[in-house]
Every structure is written in C-alpha cells, then in structure tokens.
Write a protein that binds this ligand. Structure first.
Ligand code: PEP
Length: 251
C-alpha cells in the first residue's frame, strides 16, 4: 500500500513571520490522518521557523530546491547537508519553474536527486509537458524521457524513497486541471516507465503525485484514481483552510 503524500509548495511567498502565522492557522485546521503524509515546503528563509512551528506534529518539512554539492564556492546555493541540519525530509527537484526560469536540465535534476538521496532527503521529482508539447502529441515521449533521465543510475532501494510529481505545466497556477482520468493515465504511464527500469514491485512502491491547480473541489476526485498517490499543491497551499480541506480530500 502506498501512503499518499500531500505537499504544499509555498514558492517565493511568506516571510518567516508570515510563515509562522500560516503554520499556526494550518495546525488549527489540519488533522493529519495516519493514512497520508503532509509536507510543507516554505522558502529557504522560512525553513527554520516552520521546522520549529511543526515540531511535535505529524507534519513534515520539505524544501523547494537543493544544490548537488555538500559545500564550497557556489554562491547563493543551498546544500543537502544544510537542509538535513534543519530537519528537512523532502525536497522538490526539477519544478517546471526552475527548469523554465533557471535553466535546470534533466542532468542537473539527476545530480540533485543523487545528492539528496545521499543525505536521506526524499526527492519530489517534478515532470510534465507544456501545452505546446501536449498539442504536438509528445506528452508520453517527453515525460518518459524526463523520468528515465531523473532516475539514471539510481539504485532500486533508493528509487523507492523518491516521489514523482506529474505536473502538466499548462495546469500550474492557471486554474486548469487535467481531468482525473487523464492525470491517472499519464501517471500510469510513468509507473510503467519505472517498471521498465526497476521491475514491477519497485514501480508499485514509488509514489506518484498529481500537481496543477489542485484545490478542495477536485482533490477527492483525483484521489479516487488508483494510480494517483497524493498532490503537489501550489496556490491553494497558501490558504490554511483550503490546504486543510485538500489534505482531508474534502469537497
Ligand atoms: C506547483 O507549483 O507545483 C503547482 C502545482 O501550483 P498550483 O497548485 O498553483 O497550480
């Protein structure tokens, strides 16, 4: 049985003070059930504050990015060691905004995944197609290639620690959601790709989320699909009540 994981990606929002307030509001609404995991991914500057705010709860800390070296002359970067020291357990890698605005390639994603795993951080690897790619009929080829490259040289027991987030780029922050059937279909294809690499039992153990305009109104339907193991939530994770309802699969 795969335990669904619901992660809130706060992106470049919330000062430490605002993050503490959002955590307080969230914790009054949030009832983290044993059958699902909840991860909060604030910006780097609020990790320490959120770490403190969620201490003693079942909520888990995540980061939005990581560099692939442990230390050194890499101005502006944050290493897996630094995240680990703050109590971070998950890290988003290869979000489409990082690929689009910061030039992250599949090769960089793979290096980051390896570095994260070496320091016991669970990567949440984002994959997904643009609208143009979808309309050109290359969704499957593109997503398969992103998955193949992200998992390059990752051993099977490490692969089981990884979460994949299927995020069609045209659905991120746009209010457009892939239908639950379509999300389930692509996620099934991703699981098939993982099966080709690792065999069926490992592929069945890897959690694959959907992301892209998830809100309380569509979460329950998404979670009825057999292949979908939770959600990566952007905009709606900034509102305590909305995020709590998403976590409950509550319309
Ligand atoms: C995201 O940034 O990963 C995301 C899915 O954003 P939103 O929920 O706002 O579409």
């Amino acid at each position: 049985m795969r335990v669904p994981v619901i992660a809130g990606n706060w992106k470049m929002n919330k000062t430490p003070e605002e993050a503490a307030a959002l955590c307080r509001a969230l914790l009054t609404h949030l009832d983290v059930l044993d059958d699902r995991e909840v991860v909060l991914c604030p910006p780097f500057t609020a990790l320490a504050t959120v770490s403190e705010a969620i201490r003693g709860t079942k909520v888990v800390l995540g980061a939005q990015n990581v560099f692939y070296e442990d230390s050194g002359a890499y101005t502006g970067e944050i290493s897996p060691l630094m995240l680990q020291a703050l109590g971070v357990k998950y890290v988003i890698i290869g979000h489409s905004e990082r690929r689009q605005y910061f030039g992250e390639t599949d090769e960089m994603v793979n290096r980051k995944v390896k570095a994260a795993l070496q320091h016991d951080l669970k990567p949440i690897i984002c994959v997904g197609e643009t609208l143009a790619q979808r309309e050109a009929g290359v969704t499957e080829t593109l997503v398969k290639s992103q998955v193949d490259k992200a998992f390059h040289d990752i051993a099977a027991d490490e692969a089981k620690q990884v979460v994949v987030a299927y995020e069609p780029i045209w659905a991120i922050g746009t209010g457009k959601t892939a239908t639950s059937r379509e999300a389930n279909r692509v996620i099934g294809m991703i699981r098939g790709t993982l099966g080709e690499i690792y065999g069926d039992s490992v592929a069945q153990a890897i959690r694959i989320q959907y992301g892209g305009s998830v809100k309380p109104g569509n979460m329950a339907e998404l979670m009825q699909e057999p292949e979908i193991d939770g959600a990566l939530v952007g905009g709606a994770s900034l509102d305590a009540e909305s995020f709590a309802r998403i976590v409950r699969y509550d319309d």
